[in-house]
Each structure stands twice: as structure tokens, then as C-alpha cells.
Design a protein around this ligand. Structure first.
Ligand code: AMP
Length: 499
């Protein structure tokens, strides 16, 4: 049996120039949303609903036809794209720019927090495409800095998120001001009733391109869950990180104070973590995101709002430290990993009473999450030893330790080499290598409230394995950033702090 030949970008009707830039960008085949949307947008004249989440290639699905169809010789704004967050707006503008060929339509981006003067100057040049957040876009329209009379395409990107963030009024006001003949392209991971009212009130005859639920929950993402008591979550997180060679993740929490608390605890273990939430001002937020994108920090502890639009294709983990309120948010969260063809793992922590809700998510998303198994303390210690040996080899081979040699000689006069190294290890790693310092993490078997979502109880219980089961360190030593979980994501190494 042979596979059916895969659709190519050329099959979709794109021009040779654009095909060349797609090739240069490294895209081999169109994603399902691209294969569905691009031909409709290039040839038809109906409005389009694209039901797809971030990470499915939806930006290129609308960007490529816009680049083909807009008139670059006409100095008017012909397309506007609304996005829920600054980061997404910037990312969309960048993605569009990245396909640009000679004489392509120009694109500019507007968003809250960006210097107003700079945006006004850019808008004065009448870019053919303007991407922005609804509030700032509305501001420029009201102040007549952005004219809508020549708009031919109106794109709502992550429409469900924009409505979640309370942008309905802005969206409706802008929509009402666009010419009646413009085509509306609405992209949304989910189609709740609130979206349908936009569709019914502002969209005409439309095509629906839906990425099937199975594909929507990206198959590159392994979904797991751990059922633990709230008090054991942090140690469970540490255990998962300690088991990984590279850990580059967003840890989602429900509240601002949770994010700060978790990030502080991680930092106390010398893990390179930072918190990001609504109270972090724009300037600081950009700095935090830049450090994260550059891999200088490898754990971002975030609230849902703060994490929107973050596109880091190398993220290999998403941790739901707290269970999201609904499965739409769950879908958005886990879509931060497994991007651009990479593999990712989404891990959700639930306590006993939340298992029912998790089952409800599974049912609606048509996925089955694997029950995670924590490594035993002996396994963790073995890995830590291996990582330590690797790091020592790396330092001996690559780093300048000349200045410390005389100190090493002096230390060796204090005892045998074995005693000195053991003492240094004790000092640097506290009790990280001592098996008795790991406590048992039990599965949370309480099921109060679980029935509300008609959940099936598939939990088997970790406690039954054995008493040496899943232990975590008492008190927690300083192992943190000096282990695999603390490594930079792309093969770089973290310099040990103390050894
Ligand atoms: P998006 O869903 O638009 O946020 O895209 C997610 C990521 O996938 C971006 O980094 C895109 O550059 C990348 N991408 C989009 N389409 C393709 C494709 N056909 N092949 C490979 N990567 C793609």
C-alpha cells in the first residue's frame, strides 16, 4: 500500500516568487489549515472561518494569499489583522514579513505600549497590511491615523481569545467601520456561542475550514497527567525536571501570586526560572521574554493572559501546574509546545477532586492522557550522578580552571582526595545524592467532587507500588540549576555554581 501523494504549496495556486520564499523558509508541505484556506482565499470571494489553534500554521494560511492578492502599488491599507496580544501581533507581522518578496505589500504592527509616535509615522506611509491589538487599532482609527475605506480583508486571529480578553466592543466597532464588501477571515481554536454571534452579525456567506479535533490537539504533543495533592505539586515538578536532560518549559499557574511563588521556589533551587503575569510592566515583560527566548532562562512561570502569543518553537514541555478552567484554555496552553514539527510533552497536575474534570477535558478533546510515572529516587540519583560527571568532563575540557588549581592543591592537604571531593559534593549539593532524603509522593486518591463531570476513575494509585515509591528530597538541596533541568535548551551547558 502506498501513501497518497502529499499536497504541495504549488498545488495551492501560489505564485513562483512566493513559492521560492516558502522554500527558503524551509516549509516543505502545507499544513492542513493551509491546504484548506489558501486556495479558498486565492480564488473565492466568501468569508472564511478557520478553526485551528496556534501552532498549526494558520498565520501563513492567511498571510500567503494576502501577499498574493493585495496591491502593493496602491498606497492604501487594504488588510487589517486583529490579534489578542502584543506578542501575537508582533509575531504575525514578523511571519508575514518573512515571506515578503520584492515589491511585496508592506506590513506594520500597532499595539498597546508601543510608542505612539513611531506607529503614527509608520501608518502615514499607508502600509498595505496593519496588524495590531484591538484597543490600539481602535485608537488609531478614531484618531484618523488609520483609514478603513480601502480595506478588502479583515482578519480576526485567535478570535476566541480576543473575546475572552473582553475585546468584543473594539472588534465590533472596527468591523462596522470597514467597507461592506471586505472579506472577513476568522480564526479561532474554539467556536463558542460568543464567536457565533460575530459570525452571524458580521460575516456573510462563508466557508469553514476545520482542522479535525484529533489534528487540533497536535499529535506531536504527548499529554500526561499526575494526580497529586496540592502540597506535593512542587516536588513533583522538581522530580519531572530532574528526570530530563533538557527542560525548556512554560509552567502555567492560575494566579499571579502562584506564579511568583513557584518561580521563587525554583530560583531558590538555582533553577533559571522567571515569573510573568499581568502586573509585570511592558518593559520588564519584554526583557523576561527575551531572556526566555534566548534560553537564558529555561522556565517561564506564567498566567494564561501573560503567556499568550509566546512562540518559542523549541519548548519541549508545558506544565499545567494548576488545571485550567476549561478545555479551550487547556488546548491553548498545551499548544505552546510541539510547534513547528518539534515534539513536546504537556503535563497536567490534578488533585484527587480534579480528576473528573480532567476526564471531561479528555472526552471533549477526544484524547487520552497518559498517567505519568515518577522516577524512583534511585533513578533520579543515578541520573544526577551521570549529569555531574558529564559537567565535570565538560569543565575540565573547556573551561579555564587555572586560578582554582592552587586552591585545589591546598584543599588536598586537608585530607584524602576522596574525602575532599565528598565534602565538596555535600557542600554543593546538600542532600541531593542521599536516598533517604527523598520522601514518598503519594497519588492523591481523594475523589471528592470528581463526579460532577461524570469522570471515570482510572487512577490505580502510586502508593501501592512500594514504600520506597516516589520520594522527594526533604528540605531540598542546592542541586537545581546544576543539573539537566537547568541546562540551556540547545545543547549549551550551565556552569556549576559551586563545584
Ligand atoms: P502558527 O500556527 O501560524 O503560529 O505557526 C506555528 C509555527 O509553524 C511557525 O513558527 C511557522 O513558521 C511554522 N509553520 C507554519 N507553516 C508551516 C509549514 N507548512 N511547515 C513547517 N512549518 C510551518
Amino acid at each position: 500500500m502506498t501513501d497518497a501523494p502529499k499536497t504541495t504549496f504549488a498545488d495551492l495556486g501560489l505564485s513562483p516568487d512566493i513559492l521560492k520564499s516558502i522554500e527558503q523558509k524551509g516549509f516543505k508541505h502545507p499544513s492542513p489549515i493551509q491546504a484548506g484556506v489558501i486556495p479558498l482565499l486565492l480564488t473565492g470571494n466568501k468569508d472564511i472561518i478557520g478553526q485551528a489553534q496556534t501552532g498549526t500554521g494558520k498565520t501563513a494560511a492567511f498571510a500567503l494569499p494576502l501577499l498574493e492578492r493585495l496591491d502593493a502599488s496602491e498606497k492604501t491599507t487594504q488588510a487589517i489583522i486583529l490579534a489578542p496580544t502584543r506578542e501575537l501581533a508582533i509575531q504575525v507581522a514578523k511571519e508575514i514579513g518573512s515571506f515578503g518578496v520584492k515589491n511585496s505589500p508592506t506590513v506594520t504592527v500597532v499595539y498597546g505600549g508601543n510608542p505612539m509616535r513611531k506607529e503614527i509615522d509608520a501608518l502615514r506611509k499607508s502600509p498595505q497590511i496593519v496588524v495590531g491589538t484591538p484597543g490600539r487599532m481602535q485608537h488609531h482609527i478614531r484618531n484618523k491615523k488609520l483609514r478603513l475605506d480601502k480595506i478588502r480583508y479583515f482578519v480576526l486571529d485567535e478570535a476566541d481569545e480576543m473575546l475572552n480578553f473582553g475585546f468584543r466592543e473594539e472588534i465590533e466597532e472596527i468591523l462596522k467601520m470597514t467597507p461592506p464588501k471586505r472579506r472577513v477571515l476568522l480564526f479561532s481554536a474554539t467556536m463558542p456561542r460568543s464567536i457565533m454571534s460575530i459570525v452571524n452579525n458580521y460575516m456573510g456567506d462563508h466557508d469553514l475550514v476545520k482542522v479535525a479535533a484529533k489534528e487540533m490537539t497536535n499529535t506531536n504533543i504527548t499529554q500526561k497527567y499526575y494526580c497529586v495533592k496540592n502540597k506535593d505539586k512542587f516536588e513533583t515538578l522538581c522530580r519531572i525536571m530532574e528526570d530530563e536532560e533538557h527542560f525548556y518549559a512554560i509552567v502555567f499557574c492560575r494566579t499571579k501570586s502562584d506564579t511568583s511563588h513557584v518561580a521563587t521556589q525554583l530560583s531558590a533551587k538555582h533553577l533559571r526560572a522567571e515569573a510573568i503575569h499581568g502586573d509585570v510592566d511592558q518593559h520588564e515583560r519584554e526583557k523576561i521574554l527575551n531572556r526566555f527566548k534566548a534560553g537564558k532562562t529555561n522556565i517561564l512561570v506564567a498566567t494564561d493572559v501573560a503567556a499568550r502569543g509566546i512562540d518559542v518553537s523549541a519548548l519541549n514541555f508545558v506544565i499545567n501546574y494548576t488545571l485550567p478552567e476549561n478545555y479551550e484554555i487547556y488546548t491553548h496552553r498545551i499548544g505552546r509546545t510541539g510547534r513547528a514539527g518539534n515534539k513536546g510533552t504537556a503535563i497536567t497536575f490534578v488533585n484527587g477532586s480534579e480528576v473528573g474534570r480532567l476526564r471531561y477535558f479528555e472526552k471533549n478533546l477526544k484524547v487520552q492522557m497518559q498517567k505519568g510515572t515518577l522516577p524512583s529516587p534511585a533513578e533520579i540519583i543515578k541520573k544526577k550522578k551521570l549529569h555531574l560527571v558529564e559537567r565535570i568532563e565538560h569543565i575540565v575540557n573547556n573551561e579555564n580552571i587555572t586560578a582554582l588549581r592552587s586552591m585545589a592543591k591546598e584543599l588536598l592537604e586537608e585530607g584524602t582526595a576522596e574525602e575532599i571531593i565528598a565534602s565538596l559534593l555535600k557542600d554543593a549539593y546538600a542532600k541531593d545524592f542521599e536516598i533517604n532524603e527523598y520522601q514518598v509522593i503519594h497519588e492523591d486518591k481523594s475523589r471528592s467532587g470528581g463526579g460532577a463531570y461524570n469522570g471515570r476513575n482510572r487512577g490505580r494509585g502510586w502508593g501501592r507500588h512500594n514504600s520506597s515509591g516516589f520520594r522527594h528530597r526533604k528540605g531540598g538541596g542546592g542541586f537545581g540549576g546544576r543539573r539537566g533541568g537547568g541546562r540551556p535548551p540547545k545543547g549549551g551547558r550551565t556552569r556549576p555554581n559551586k563545584v
